[in-house]
Design a protein around this ligand. Structure first.
Ligand code: TYD
Length: 218
């Protein structure tokens, strides 16, 4: 039985979700909730090794289907070794990306048939999934400017064209439309503090037991 809650953050590149994930962990910790911050692909020793395989190299290093299988190999290890054990002991888990990214990136953007993506998902994950997903929605033109000025290494996905990122945006919006009870979409083009407040609002809407306990200060 899972006692903790599982929250995932999703969106395109440069949406600011990594910074917001840290803010959310701080807010939950301040409310006395043990929280584990993790990310995908990655989160375990083995999954981080797979992450390197998927993100490094040239754009055409892997086909969409191979990418999907690598993502799910990483995800299974992550769920088995980190996410489920944390939830079982009552900790909350915040993951910077999870399975919706596979639907958006490998399905919509890389062209793997969506039924095939779902088939892999169901075979590997069964009914396991997040209680809440926050989608950071932003115009990809603005987001890619953020990525460029961030000065980090450019991954295989950052190097894709603006059309690829536009496809991703509409993919995530479609996924949100199909899962209105689980996914809360927020405008990530706003200032950091505003995005933070909306994220806290989404969390307290979903988990009313937290109302009044989460700090809105960043
Ligand atoms: P990362 O640098 O963490 O990107 P971001 O900061 O935008 O989250 O790299 C993760 C990349 O992996 C990102 O480009 C999205 C991609 N990805 C997939 O293609 N499929 C997946 O299932 C996941 C989890 C990530």
């Amino acid at each position: 039985m899972e006692l903790g809650k599982f929250i995932t953050l999703e969106g395109g590149e440069g949406a600011g979700k990594t910074t917001q994930a840290k803010f959310l962990v701080e807010a939950l910790n301040a409310a006395g909730i043990e929280t584990v911050l993790t990310r995908e692909p990655g989160g375990t020793f083995g999954a981080e090794a797979i992450r390197k395989l998927v993100l490094d190299g040239t754009k055409d290093r892997w086909s969409g289907m191979t990418e999907l299988l690598l993502m799910y190999a990483a995800r299974f290890d992550h769920v088995e070794k980190v996410i489920r054990p944390a939830l079982s002991r009552g900790a909350w888990v915040i993951s910077d990306r999870f399975a919706d990214s596979s639907v958006a990136y490998q399905g919509y953007a890389r062209g793997v048939d969506l039924d095939r993506v779902k088939g892999v998902h169901d075979a590997v994950m069964g009914g396991f999934g997040p209680d809440l997903t926050i989608l950071f929605d932003i115009d990809p033109v603005i987001a890619m400017k953020r990525v460029e000025t961030r000065g980090e290494d450019i991954s295989r996905f950052d190097a894709e064209s603006i059309d690829f990122h536009k496809t991703l945006r509409s993919a995530f919006l479609d996924i949100a439309k199909e899962n209105p009870d689980r996914i809360f979409t927020l405008d990530a083009g706003e200032k950091r503090q505003g995005v933070h407040m909306r994220m806290i609002y989404a969390v307290t809407q979903k988990f009313p037991e937290l109302a009044g306990r989460l700090s809105q200060q960043t």
